[in-house]
Design a protein around this ligand. Structure first.
Ligand SMILES: Nc1ncnc2c1ncn2[C@@H]1O[C@H](COP(=O)(O)OP(=O)(O)OP(=O)(O)O)[C@@H](O)[C@H]1O
Ligand SMILES: [Mg+2]
Length: 387
């Protein structure tokens, strides 16, 4: 019976942030992030989609919260926020909720640190952890108090607080976004003794613009961690171990083929490994692998058709060039001609729009597809057809 239960365990995880035994490698990144947390250095994490930013932050947060380092990590995801008001509300709620150990403490913190106004508190099923706060936002003073909350709580408790904000690029959507960024930056830079920030999100080009442009308020705000892919050497033993734990077997060659097919992309490695695992009775075979890869393409096919339907001919041509192995110098005469890209002015427009659609990743050295499975699909379905 025990054995059966063990077999039922899900060996691979994708689609949401991962942790525990599903988390592999990233030892150097985790060390660097924990060090920044401990020594009060703000961190910005940047990577293309689904490489593992959220998983890394949650893992290190968990590690720090369990340690004796006098650190408290507060994690929040501001994806649902559409305005400054939403932000303040979520920020206050999460800081209060995650720094208190019992509900008496959070009510005390609310009345002690958010003076003047009595916020509306709505309780959920479990009042100790499940509540939201709402405020009257006509009071500007209250906003300042909310931004100061982590500092006040840190000082009261004699600890350092680290506030990690996921999907931080969301603040670009607020009205008067730049002014709001200025407000945040000036408040946060006065808190360095007690509070550290870790900012990250899923839209690489927006985040990069927030932190790397001199004209932006968050320019040089902290240590920028450009997360890399998990290397093949770590993926292979991970995949083999996950198979073995469930009494199945995969050779290192096949494990390596999984990674190579999806270009070591974290989420897709897990998804393709899962599709192969499901098909495997005991020992994974190459034909199972081919079927699993086809499954992966089929599952995404409708989505990819939608992507391409929205593209202009010249955008499609640009993608064709990438699939064909062109990764830079798109404005070279022969490339413009070969792929029908028009003028070099066209090329820079196309680059920008494909980046905004998050279909391509532009790094200083090269332009690549953001999604390796879309690349594969494009190559099989569109590229071949056009040739
Ligand atoms: N360290 C890791 N070990 C194993 N798998 C991982 C690891 N990090 C990420 N993954 C895989 O990648 C998937 C995406 O991870 P995560 O959500 O953390 O990425 P992200 O960069 O935050 O994504 P997004 O850009 O969408 O916010 C996870 O569900 C998991 O399958
Ligand atoms: Mg994420």
């Amino acid at each position: 019976m025990k054995n059966k239960q063990k077999n039922m365990e899900n060996p691979f995880i994708f689609g949401s942030a991962t942790s525990g035994k599903w988390f592999t490698d990233r030892t150097e990144d985790a060390k660097r992030l924990l060090n920044n947390f401990m020594h009060g250095i703000n961190t910005i994490i940047i990577s293309p989609r689904r490489w593992g930013k959220t998983s890394l932050v949650l893992k290190v947060s968990d590690q720090a919260n369990k340690s004796d380092l006098h650190l408290k990590i507060v994690n929040m995801d501001i994806f649902p926020c559409r305005s400054e008001e939403d932000f303040y509300q979520l920020f206050a709620t999460e800081v209060i909720k995650q720094t208190a150990t019992k509900w008496e403490e959070w009510t005390e913190n609310v009345s002690r640190f958010l003076s003047g106004l009595v916020p509306k508190i709505s309780l959920g099923a479990n009042p100790a952890t499940d509540f939201t706060l709402s405020f009257d936002f006509s009071n500007k003073h209250l906003n300042e108090e909310i931004l100061d909350l982590p500092k006040k709580i840190a000082q009261k408790k004699g600890i350092r607080i680290v506030v990690c904000i996921d999907e931080f690029q969301q603040i670009e959507e607020f009205t008067d976004a730049k002014n709001f960024q200025k407000t945040l930056r000036s408040a946060w830079q006065l808190q360095t003794q007690d509070v550290t920030y870790c900012l990250y999100g899923s839209k690489k080009h927006l985040l990069s613009a927030l932190f790397s442009k001199q004209s932006m308020p968050f320019y040089k705000f902290g240590d920028v961690l450009f997360l890399q892919k998990i290397p093949l050497n770590d993926w292979i033993p991970y995949i083999q171990e996950r198979f073995e734990k469930t009494d199945k077997f995969i050779s290192s060659e096949l494990a390596s083929m999984i990674c190579q097919a999806v270009d070591n992309h974290s989420s897709y490695v897990q998804q393709l490994a899962w599709l192969l695992w499901v098909r495997t009775e005991q020992r994974a075979t190459e034909s199972d692998f081919n079927d699993a890869l086809q499954d992966l393409l089929n599952q995404n096919s409708a989505l990819y058709y939608n992507f391409t339907e929205e593209l202009t001919l010249i955008q499609m041509n640009f993608l064709r060039a990438i699939v064909d192995g062109v990764h830079h110098q798109f404005s070279r005469k022969d490339i413009l001609l070969k792929y029908n890209l028009g003028t070099s002015a066209n090329v820079s427009r196309v680059r920008k729009s494909l980046e905004q659609k998050e279909l391509i990743d532009i790094s200083p050295k090269m332009i690549t597809f953001n999604d390796p499975v879309f690349r594969l699909w494009f190559k099989k379905t569109i590229f071949i057809r056009q040739k």
